[in-house]
Design a protein around this ligand. Sequence first.
Ligand code: ADE
Length: 238
Amino acid sequence: MKNIIIIGAMAEEIEPLIKLGDFEKKSSNAFEYYVGIAGDHRLIVTVSKIGKVAMATCVQHFITLINNSSEFEEKEIELIINMGVAGAISNKLDQGDIVVADRLCQHDMDVTGLGYEVGLNPDFESVYFDANSEIIEKIKKVHDTMDTDYKLHIGTIASGDQFISSHEKKVFIEETFGAYACEMEGAALAQVAYTNGIDFLVIRAISDLADGEAPLSYVDFKSKAIVNLTELVEKYIF
Ligand code: ADE
């Protein structure tokens, strides 16, 4: 049995998924987590809290827990998934649509003062962390079998420790990184997964358009976006 770790930054991003299965609640250090079985996989579902540091801490904690704890007899981690909401950067995207990241970057990483490309962490070769294209194909196929009133997009997700709600920031993120959507954790998960040699999937539903209306539309639309997302992740995993 292989392990799949599923992380939301906020409880409401994973609670609908937990309700679908028979999960046992546990805790480890600061993290509460839920363990359940889906076919021949063990699911470990948890909440990181908001932002890149919180996500990185969470991902590494669970990799280490699985590797070291006798609770987990099988140590292999097949996939680390981040599910949640995002703001739309590209105008191809609408509220309720879903974006799967084919690559992720940190829009607030800036070592240009030392001559590096914007977004590049000088300790890495690229601004972007690439996702596994086979996993993306599989998600696309699952979506094709569903009758949905939203679209599935595959594109770049840009993460940063900022809630984006201005035209200027949105234009910067689109023009600089070619991003479809923005959020606050996915690239951190991608970096930690990459560093540990584990595949990752960042899948996000659009809650707002990352513009001046974003704070209000985020609050209004968040739960509807999570319904769409949970349905797709459920079909992918169960
Ligand atoms: N998550 C959902 N909407 C967002 C936004 N506009 N900026 C950053 N993260 C988000």
